[in-house]
Design a protein around this ligand. Structure first.
Ligand SMILES: [Zn+2]
Length: 315
């Protein structure tokens, strides 16, 4: 959890006033005011060595659900949602016994986005937009904690839920969408669901879509197809630097370095859960190139690597 929230005691009053003035001007201009990095779900599958790439063969591994809470001029925005309070109330029904046995989520109430947003002093009703990188159960569980928020997805991602094929039926947990999310569909639309005129852009050579007009210069969806049919990365600009939440486009921090060294168990899992092999490998190669060539301008992280989460939270 980010600990840099402004203090409200009297000694910090001047800073608070300056912050308020800064925030007021920024809200007017349309921008990202503050970024919080949250872990909205810890998973402890067997064998640390095979999954994390270090430590013991016998100890459990640790994976996180790295989410972003953005405090912006258009309200709060949650990028990826991890597990939600309803998943914790009914883990068998919402997540399924196979997932529970293999991933072994800790299902800690204090890790839900809902709990953490309140602990940070925000009102959950101020969460106006949800941007899941994709709709797998460990990314979409928290959607139902914010039923009034707009949920931004590519059409190809939503079709896996509303017009599922056999594989989609086995993969996605339709129970997590029973609250009927307020979908905002980006990209080509063939369904009758709500669509929004999109703002197509280019970003470091990638196709990009600005999902929220007021934040068109600061928040972009970057299609990174392969893990699922409509998987996206989410690029967020604060000051002059970009963050890119890569979701499950990769799983281990070494994969976006000049010398990738993927743990064998994680490699097996990554391959097992992909939808399209070739686009996934192309997305990964382009991310690796981006990370190496533009390290000064873009900071990449994926959803599940605890090592990457620590980079943003251990200060
Ligand atoms: Zn995932």
């Amino acid at each position: 959890m980010n600990t840099s929230k402004p203090r409200a005691d009297s000694a910090a009053q001047n800073n608070q006033d300056n912050n308020n003035e800064h925030n007021r001007l920024a809200r007017k201009a349309g921008s990202i005011l503050r970024i919080h990095h949250l872990n909205c779900g810890t998973m402890c599958p067997a064998c640390q060595k095979l999954i994390n790439g270090y430590g013991s063969w016998k100890k459990p591994a640790k994976l996180v659900c790295h989410c972003l809470l953005l405090d912006t001029s258009v309200g709060l925005i949650l990028v990826d949602c991890g597990f939600g309070s309803r998943d914790l109330q009914n883990p068998q029904g919402r997540l399924g016994s196979t997932f529970l046995k293999l991933a072994r989520p800790t299902l800690d109430k204090t890790e839900t986005a809902l709990y953490q947003i309140q602990a940070l002093g925000y009102d959950p009703q101020d969460v106006k937009h949800l941007i899941p990188t994709h709709l797998d159960l460990d990314h979409a569980g928290g959607l139902s904690d914010f039923p009034a928020a707009s949920v931004h997805v590519l059409e190809a991602e939503l079709l896996q839920i509303v017009q599922p094929d056999m594989r989609d039926l086995l993969r996605f947990r339709t129970v997590q969408f029973e609250h009927q999310p307020q979908w905002i569909v980006h990209g080509q639309t063939q369904t009758g669901t709500q669509s929004q005129s999109q703002s197509a852009k280019r970003w470091f050579g990638f196709d990009a879509i600005a999902p929220i007009a007021e934040l068109a210069n600061d928040l972009l969806l970057i299609p990174l197809i392969g893990h699922t049919k409509g998987h996206v990365g989410v690029a967020v600009r604060q000051d002059k630097k970009w963050l890119l939440h890569c979701g499950d486009a990769y799983f281990h921090h070494s994969q976006v370095t000049a010398q990738p060294r993927m743990p064998a168990g994680l490699r097996f899992f990554e391959n097992l859960v992909k939808t399209y092999r070739k686009p996934r490998l192309q997305s990964l190669a382009r991310l690796q190139q981006l990370a190496v060539q533009h390290a000064d301008e873009v900071s990449l992280f994926c959803a599940h690597d605890p090592h990457e989460l620590m980079r943003y939270t251990s200060h």
